[in-house]
Design a protein around this ligand. Structure first.
Ligand code: ATP
Ligand code: MG
Length: 575
C-alpha cells in the first residue's frame, strides 16, 4: 500500500531521498498555511492530507499556520472553521497553532535588514504608475524614480509608515531585485503596504502589513520547515521565495515544491467563487451540503476516512487535471458500506392496510400465531439485522402492525410482467417481516392510489414460506406505530456542467435547479429518533443518509441524502 502510494506521489520520493541523504539533519517539517478568508474546500483537503500525511509517514511534524496578513478579508469565524475542519479530517498539529501575525515584529525587522543592505526601498508610485513601470511579459520594466533613495531616507520613511504618518496607498516598501527580469515576480515586488485597518488578532498594533510572498518564506524558515509544499501557481514565485531567504538572516532555507491543484467536475472550488454562491444565496451558507467545502460535505454525511482515501488515490503530480466527482463518491460508498447501520425509511409513503392482521379489538387476536404481539395495540416486534454482512453490528427491533407504509414507487396498478414489486393480486416479501398480497386498491376522487388493502401470510414470518413458494421482490417498509415523520433532503450535484465555468462567463447560470429536493412527510424507523447528526445510516434500497446537524431535532427529524447506493447520475443525465 505504502509502496503503491509512493508511485503516485513524487513529493514522497523527494522527502525519502532527502532523509536518506541526511539533509536538514534528518528532520522533516511541513506546514498547512491557509489564509483565513473563507471556509476550506476539498482542494484544501488534498493539501492537508499531503502535508499532514507525509509528516505522519516520515515521523516529522506538520504545522497549522494561518497566513493572516490581509486584515481586509480575514475573520475569526474563518479561523475557527479551519481549525475545526482540520481536526475533523483527523489530523493533529501538536500543541501550538502558528499565525503569520505572530511574526509581525520579526518580519518588520527583516524588512529593516533588507533596507540596510540596500535591498529594499520605499516607493511612492501610485498603483497605476506601478503597473505601468512593471512592464509586460515581453517588455522589461522601468526603474522607479525612488529606487535610488538613500538607505537613511528609506529607514526613516519605513519607520514613519509604521507609525501611521501616511495615508493608505501613499507609500509601499519594495524589494530591490531586477526590473528587467523575465520573471515579473522579481521586478521589485512590493513587500509591505499601508493598510489602516484593525487585524483580527493584532488589533490596531499595525497599520502596515507584509505581503504574502515576503511573509510566507520567512514564516517557513522561522518554523524550521524543510519542505514547503504549495500549488503550481507559486512556481513563478519560487525565485522570489529563494531570493528573500538568501538575503535575510533566517535560520534555514526551506525547499519550495509545487504540485497541481485538485479540481473536481460539476463544482467550483475557489473561495472567491464559493463566496459568491453564499453571498448571492444560491446556497444556504458555507456549510450547505451541496458545496465542496469541508463544512458542507461534513454536514452532508461525508466521512474523513473517505476523503483521506480519495486524496491518497488521486495522488500528487505536477499536471493539472479535473477529477471525476464520481471517484470521490465511490470512496464514500466504500467507507459507508462498511460502517453505516442499515435501517428502513419510506420517502414517498403509500398506506397499506393488512386486513387479516388482528386488530386489538378483534376476536382473532389470540388465535393468531404471533410471537411478540402486544395485545394492547396490536403491534408485533420483529428483529432486523443492523448490517447483513456484519453480525457483530447486532440487531434491532422493528415494529409490524396493521397499518404500514411502502414506497409509492413500489406499487404499480397495471404492472408489466417484469415488475417484481407489488401489484394487484401479486405477492411480495416485506423485509424482515412477512409476505403480503395485494387484494384491493383504494383511490381518491382523482383516481390517485391512496391505499392498498393487503393480506399477510402468518407462516412467512421472518421472510420465507414453509411451502417453498417464492416471491421475486423484497420491499422496505415501516409501520404506523414503528415510525415517525421526517423531512428528507435529496441532494444532487450543484452544477449541470462538468466545468461550470467553461461556456459561460457567469458560472451561476449552470446551477442545477434540482440540486436540492426537499421531501416532506417521509417516514423513518423510530430507531432514528436518536440519530446523531452526521452519523451515517443506510436507508435500505435508497442510499446513505445522516441527520442534518443544523435542522434535525427529536421533534422534527431532518435527514440529508449523503450519496445514492450506486452511481446513477451519468445514466440519468447524459442520455
Ligand atoms: P482558493 O484559490 O480556493 O481561494 P487558496 O490557495 O487561495 O485557495 P489558501 O488558504 O491560500 O487558499 O490555501 C492554503 C493551502 O491550500 C495552500 O497551500 C494552497 O496551495 C492549498 N490549496 C488551495 N486550493 C487547493 C487545491 N484546489 N488543491 C490543492 N491544494 C490547494
Ligand atoms: Mg490564497
Amino acid at each position: 500500500m505504502e509502496e503503491e502510494n509512493r508511485k503516485n506521489n513524487f513529493i514522497k520520493n523527494i522527502i525519502t531521498e532527502d532523509l536518506e541523504q541526511g539533509k536538514n539533519n534528518g528532520k522533516m517539517i511541513t506546514r498547512f498555511p491557509p489564509e483565513p478568508n473563507g471556509f476550506l474546500h476539498i482542494g484544501h483537503a488534498k493539501s492537508i492530507c499531503l502535508n499532514f500525511g507525509v509528516a505522519q509517514e516520515f515521523k516529522g511534524k506538520c504545522n497549522l499556520r494561518f497566513d493572516d496578513t490581509n486584515p481586509a478579508k480575514e475573520d475569526q469565524k474563518y479561523i475557527d472553521s479551519i481549525i475545526s475542519d482540520v481536526k475533523w479530517l483527523g489530523f493533529d498539529w501538536g500543541e501550538k497553532i502558528y499565525y503569520a501575525s505572530d511574526y509581525f515584529d520579526r518580519l518588520y525587522e527583516f524588512a529593516v535588514e533588507l533596507i540596510k543592505k540596500g535591498k529594499a526601498y520605499v516607493c511612492s508610485l501610485t498603483a497605476e504608475e506601478m503597473r505601468e513601470y512593471r512592464g509586460t511579459l515581453t517588455e522589461p520594466g522601468k526603474n522607479s524614480p525612488d529606487r535610488e533613495r538613500s538607505i537613511a531616507e528609506n529607514l526613516d520613511l519605513f519607520e514613519r509608515m509604521k507609525n501611521g504618518e501616511f495615508e493608505d496607498g501613499t507609500y509601499v516598501l519594495r524589494a530591490k531585485i531586477d526590473m528587467s527580469s523575465p520573471n515579473i515576480n522579481m521586478r521589485d515586488p512590493v513587500i509591505y503596504r499601508i493598510k489602516t485597518m484593525s487585524h483580527p488578532r493584532t488589533k490596531d498594533a499595525w497599520c502596515i502589513y507584509p505581503m504574502y510572498d515576503f511573509t510566507h518564506g520567512i514564516s517557513d524558515a522561522l518554523e524550521g520547515v524543510t519542505h514547503s509544499l504549495c500549488t503550481l501557481e507559486f512556481q513563478d514565485h519560487r525565485p522570489l521565495y529563494d531570493w528573500l531567504l538568501d538575503e535575510v538572516s533566517v535560520p534555514c532555507h526551506p525547499q519550495q515544491i509545487e504540485f497541481a491543484r485538485m479540481n473536481l467536475n460539476y463544482t467550483v472550488m475557489s473561495k472567491r467563487k464559493l463566496q459568491k454562491l453564499v453571498e448571492n444565496n444560491h446556497v444556504d451558507g458555507w456549510d450547505d451540503p451541496r458545496l465542496p467545502t469541508i463544512a458542507g460535505i461534513r454536514r452532508r454525511g461525508y466521512t474523513p476516512a473517505a476523503i483521506r482515501n480519495f486524496c491518497n488515490i488521486i495522488g500528487v503530480s505536477k499536471k493539472e487535471s479535473r477529477i471525476d466527482v464520481g471517484l470521490l463518491e465511490n470512496c464514500l460508498r466504500e467507507d459507508l458500506n462498511d460502517i453505516a447501520p442499515r435501517v428502513m425509511a419510506v420517502l414517498d409513503p403509500l398506506k397499506v392496510t393488512i386486513e387479516n392482521w388482528p386488530d386489538k379489538d378483534s376476536s382473532n387476536m389470540n388465535r393468531q400465531n404471533i410471537e411478540n404481539l402486544h395485545p394492547q395495540d396490536g403491534t408485533e416486534e420483529l428483529e432486523a439485522l443492523n448490517h447483513p454482512q456484519k453480525p457483530e453490528m447486532g440487531t434491532r427491533k422493528i415494529t409490524f402492525s396493521k397499518t404500514i407504509y411502502i414506497e409509492q414507487d413500489d406499487f404499480m396498478e397495471n404492472a408489466p410482467k417484469k415488475f417484481f414489486r407489488l401489484a394487484p393480486g401479486r405477492e411480495v416479501r416485506l423485509r424482515y417481516a412477512y409476505f403480503i398480497k395485494c387484494e384491493d386498491v383504494i383511490k381518491d376522487k382523482d383516481g390517485k392510489v391512496v391505499e392498498l388493502i393487503c393480506t399477510y401470510d402468518p407462516a412467512t414470518r421472518g421472510g420465507d414460506a414453509p411451502d417453498g413458494r417464492k416471491v421475486k421482490g423484497t420491499l422496505h417498509w415501516v409501520s404506523q406505530e414503528g415510525s415517525v415523520p421526517a423531512t428528507v433532503n435529496l441532494y444532487d450535484r450543484l452544477f449541470l456542467a462538468e466545468d461550470p465555468e467553461a461556456e459561460n462567463d457567469d458560472f451561476t447560470k449552470n446551477l442545477n435547479p434540482e440540486s436540492l429536493i426537499k421531501l416532506e412527510g417521509c417516514r423513518v424507523e423510530k430507531y432514528l429518533l436518536n440519530a446523531q447528526p452526521e452519523k451515517a445510516y443506510q436507508f435500505e434500497r435508497l442510499g446513505y443518509f445522516c441527520a442534518d446537524s443544523k435542522e434535525s431535532s427529536e421533534d422534527h427529524l431532518v435527514f440529508n441524502r449523503t450519496v445514492t447506493l450506486r452511481d446513477t447520475w451519468a445514466k440519468v443525465n447524459k442520455q
